[in-house]
Design a protein around this ligand. Structure first.
Ligand code: PSU
Ligand code: MN
Length: 308
């Protein structure tokens, strides 16, 4: 696919278009974290701040969404507002993309869809909060996020704070191994567990610096090994939550989701909202801080990659 044939679908802001053309580092951002992952108006403040953090590192932010059927790479203030208010905003993963485009609907991009738009636009680095994965009992329900397949095929480096314990982290990592996705720890041997710095599961390599991450990305893609790279960046110590306490909260909220009959793509947003409630807002603070931390790391990786 080239940009010309995507023209009927894709809108890239002039700033991002010229950054990509001139080799200025660009960092992709998703919008489901805004519309379905955080309450309003905290999400709007977060969205502005995260873009500032990326700019402070010398990179250009590119928040993705689908607006009235157009694929958007970079959003205006009004469009960001619309994503954050989330009225009539769908959660759009790979399978939903042709439907919202054909019907000219509005939706927020998940990790999977943000990777798709990033690759279309020529953006290599993406910062998020947590990825989707194999859900607990996924071996029975087959509820496995499309994010994992996207990591298998789409050549974007995704910086995350690991995966939430609402998922089966062990099986999520097994799946990524099968799909050939390198899992890199940024200064850690342990794959992080979103609110907590450690999951008890190892990464494939501990990269000490953003430069080392960029070198792994370069080697993978220059050899023609298509597909993503997952970077686990632990939440800063001062914002990390206690593993045992969070495990108990998550077990409780999973039981609530079960009792309410919540299924499929609604599980993650339900869990996130109820975890915020159960922790008296502490989990939201941690969520915001870990996403800032990922934006900073992603921008540094994008800067190094641009130099290599
Ligand atoms: N994890 C979070 N916050 C989020 C999500 C995951 O901590 O907002 C969102 C991301 O957009 C991710 C999506 O791509 O949920 C995964 O949803 P599903 O499991 O339905 O694929
Ligand atoms: Mn699912």
């Amino acid at each position: 696919m080239n940009l010309r044939s995507l023209k009927p679908y894709l809108d890239i802001t002039p700033e991002i278009r010229s950054a990509i053309a001139c080799g200025v580092p660009v960092v992709a951002l998703e919008s489901t974290i805004l519309s379905h992952g955080m309450p309003y108006p905290e999400n709007l403040e977060f969205a502005g701040r995260v873009e500032e953090i990326i700019r402070a590192e010398g990179a250009v932010p590119a928040t993705m969404a689908v607006i009235d059927g157009r694929l958007k790479v970079g959003l205006t203030k009004e469009e960001l507002q619309r994503m954050c208010e989330a009225k009539g905003v769908r959660k759009v993963s790979r399978r939903d993309l042709p439907i919202v485009v054909a019907r000219k609907l509005t939706g927020a991009t998940t990790v999977a869809t943000t990777m798709i738009l990033a690759e279309m636009a020529g953006i290599r680095v993406f910062a998020t909060g947590g990825i989707g994965g194999v859900h607990r009992h996924g071996e029975v329900t087959m509820d496995i996020s499309a994010d994992l397949q996207e990591l298998a095929h789409t050549s974007v480096a995704v910086v995350c704070a690991g995966a939430k314990m609402i998922l089966d982290i062990g099986r999520t990592l097994e799946y990524l191994e099968t799909m050939g996705v390198p899992v890199v720890g940024l200064g850690t041997d342990d794959f992080p567990a979103f609110y907590c710095r450690k999951s008890g599961f190892g990464v494939d390599v501990n990269a000490a610096t953003p430069l080392e991450v960029a070198e792994i990305c370069k080697a993978k893609w220059e050899m023609g090994l298509n597909g993503g790279i997952l970077i686990g960046n632990p939440v800063p110590e001062e914002y990390a939550m206690d593993f045992d306490a969070m495990s108990a909260v998550i077990d409780k909220v999973l039981a609530q989701a079960d009792a309410a009959g919540v299924k499929g793509k609604d599980i993650t947003p339900f869990m996130l909202a109820h975890i915020v409630e159960e922790t008296g807002g502490d989990s939201l603070k941690t969520n915001i801080q870990l996403a800032f931390n990922n934006a900073r790391a992603a921008a540094k990786i994008a800067v190094e990659l641009a130099k290599l």
